[in-house]
Structures are given as C-alpha cells and as structure tokens.
Design a protein around this ligand. Structure first.
Ligand SMILES: *Cc1c(COP(=O)(O)O)cnc(C)c1O
Length: 386
C-alpha cells in the first residue's frame, strides 16, 4: 500500500534536530509545562495572527474550554454542522448544552449561513433553548464562510468558534479564521495537517479576559492574576481554586515536536496545495472534485472527491495498493448519542454528501509519479464503469 498520509517522509525531513528536541525534554525533566510550552504558544500567536494562544491536551479539550469559560450549559443551544468529526458536537453534551445541527453547503461541505440563520430563528421560536454560540468547522482544510457567519453571530449575540482541527493554517482573503471568530481551536492529532506525536490541541483567541479564564480552566480552575487582584492569599495560588476546571495541559514533549513541525508547516501547506491542484487537473472531468470558497486557501486535510460508485472505486483502488477513506459515512445526527438533538429544517446536503464522498491519499510528500498512478487508476475505473 502507498501511504494515505506519509508521516515517515516528514520525519526523515525533520531529521536529527527533531530527535534532539525530544531528548532535550527527556533530559530536562520538565515534562509538564516546560519552557517549550511557552515557546510554542508564542510561535502559534505569530503563525495564527492571534493575540493569545493556549496549548492544551487535544482538539476536543480546545473546544470544551471556551464553552466552559462562557458558562455555556443546560438550556443552551450551540449550532454546528452534522457533517463533521464527533468532537465538534460532543462538547455540548459534555457541558450539559444541546448541539443544534445545521446543514452544510453542498460544494464546500462547510456550514450553510442561510440554513444557520433559519435554525437560529427556529430555536428562538420554539423557546426551549437559548442560542449561545456557533461552531463552524473548516472541514477537510478549507475556511468556512466567516464573513457571513460573523455577521449572523453579531446580529444574534452569539459567540463564534472556528473548529479548525482540519483547517489550521487556512486563510480567507489573507486572514486566519480568528479575524472573524471569537476563538479558533485546533487539534495536533498526528494525522491532522499540523500534528504532533500523540494528542495535542490549542485555542487561539483575541480577548484577554477569555484567555485568562482558559489559563485557569486548563489547570483545575486555579487562580490567575486577575483573580488575585485586590485580595491576599498566603499560600501558593496554585492551590487557590476559583472555578471548576480540569487538567487540559499539553505534554512538553509534544510542544517540542510541534516547534520543529511548525517551522516547515508553511512550506508543507504550499506542497499540499500543489498536490490538490494536480488532482483537480487530472480528475476534474471524471469525478466531482472539491471546490474552495472564493478567496480561500485550504490546507487540504483531506482531498475528498464525489462519485456514484464509491465502494466500487475504493475496492478497485485497494486492489492497486491505493488506500482511500470515507469522511464521514454516517453524519452525527444519524448516530445514537446525537439523534435526538434538534436539526431544524433537516440536513439534505449532509445526507447526500455522506453517501458519495471518498478521500484520496493527501500529504505534502506525495510524489508526482505516485500521484499520477492514483489519477490513472481512478480514470480507468471511471472509463470501465461508464
Ligand atoms: C480531529 C478533530 C477534532 C478533535 O481533535 P482531537 O485532538 O482528536 O480531540 C475536533 N474537530 C474536528 C473537525 C476534528 O477533525
């Protein structure tokens, strides 16, 4: 099998400095909140045009922390797509709130602003839940329609989260999603465009008070500088707990890995773009190739095509040692834990996409000759099957 994502090629490129960086942490003994954590947070601020960046233990924690900071809970509605990874919707029940599923645009797979607006009106009219926030997902690597989403969020007084676990590094008209969103979250799971060697995540935000709360929530609600203003505490403020938080820290070793990887990430984003362009050119006339929003730059977490006979194509490619994957065969609103949450207006575009999508090998190190083999295998299959 050729690799679906080639982390080995990337490791070869990173070479000895990567291994040295890991060993340095091992030898330092600063396994939790070591100096690499602060260095990575500074690098993420730079990279992401963000006033504040906070590392955490996963992309799921990155989503739950701002919901906790805003005290979103029972009786509250958070709007999100159903055509996404489970974590996007999972964090609402985790804090006691309700996800409200909104359909996606059929061409970009990202949340449909018109359907979102209709869903907000429907929830308000039903009167059972209080709309509090929107989680837009940069699915498969491309930015959601943030100018439209931010206008809707402002109009209805809602917080806007960009779940950029797949899209970290994507831009729209030269801006990262945080330009419009209150918060951007990402995941550094190894298979994401920017991944570490285990689990990791980050929250980027603009508001200093929110950042303070996130810092506190990351470590069991411990007192932060703003909590201590005007009061005296004779002990280590580490043991002054102001709110219910949790342990959501990133391991220092993962920060050391990410510092190395972030340095080559802009170059990798360009390489991913070249791979995507070659697929589009080679396949655009035989299958449905992805469309990117005008002004958008995708980081191509996945290269997802659409075809009538997805299972047949997958089997044909597998026989030629070419792996594929389906993201996502069953949308969240069709799955047990999420089936009873509101889905005003239905989700026809989501259901249609779930039947037809299939993702091809995509990474920055996909060589043109290997890619051409994938392209001709797909063309042959389509030709043979009419
Ligand atoms: C991967 C992913 C997450 C969760 O990230 P973890 O680090 O695995 O917790 C959240 N949202 C989306 C869209 C994802 O793809």
């Amino acid at each position: 099998m050729i690799p679906f994502i080639d982390l080995h090629a990337q490791r070869q490129r990173l070479g000895q400095p990567l291994e040295d960086a890991i060993l340095k942490v091992v030898r330092s003994g600063a396994y939790v909140m070591g100096p690499e954590i602060g260095q990575l947070e500074a690098a993420l601020r730079d990279f992401g045009q963000a006033p504040h960046a906070l590392t955490c233990g996963s992309g799921t924690e990155a989503l739950v922390l701002p919901l906790m900071a805003w005290e979103i809970g029972p009786g509250d509605a958070v709007f999100c797509p159903s055509f996404t990874f489970a974590a996007t919707a999972e964090v609402m029940p985790l804090v006691g709130a309700s996800p409200v599923f909104v359909d996606v645009l059929p061409d970009t797979y990202n949340i449909d602003p018109a359907k979102l607006e209709a869903a907000i009106h429907a929830v308000k009219a039903a009167g059972e839940l209080t709309p509090r926030a929107i989680i837009a997902v940069d699915l498969f690597g491309q930015p959601a329609d943030y100018p439209a989403l931010a206008a809707i969020a402002a109009k209805h007084g809602l917080k806007l989260i960009a779940d950029s676990a797949q899209g970290f590094g994507c831009t729209l008209d030269g801006h990262h999603p945080l330009h419009w969103a209150d918060v951007t979250t990402t995941s550094f799971f190894p298979a994401k465009p920017l991944g570490c060697y285990g689990d990791g995540g980050a929250v980027l935000c603009k508001d200093a008070r929110l950042y303070d709360l996130l810092v506190s929530l990351r470590v069991h609600g411990q007192a932060v500088a703003s909590d201590l203003e005007g009061r005296t505490f004779d002990h280590d403020p580490k043991y002054l707990n102001m709110r219910v938080g949790m342990n959501a820290r990133m391991d220092t070793i993962q920060a050391a890995v990410l510092l190395q990887k972030l340095a080559i990430f802009p170059d990798e984003i360009e390489a991913r773009g070249r791979v995507a362009a070659r697929y589009a050119e080679g396949l655009g006339d035989v299958v449905g190739v992805p469309r990117v929003i005008a002004g958008g730059v995708s980081v191509w977490a996945q290269y997802t095509i659409q075809t009538d006979d997805r299972d047949g194509l997958a089997a044909h490619l597998r026989s030629q040692e070419i792996p594929t994957a389906v993201y996502y065969p069953v949308p969240l609103h069709r799955q047990g834990p999420y089936a009873d949450y509101p889905q005003p207006g239905g989700l026809p575009a989501t259901e249609a996409a779930a039947e037809r999508v299939i993702a091809l090998p995509m990474h920055a190190y996909l060589q043109p000759d290997v890619q051409d083999r994938i392209i001709s295998a797909i063309r042959n299959f389509v030709k043979r099957n009419g």
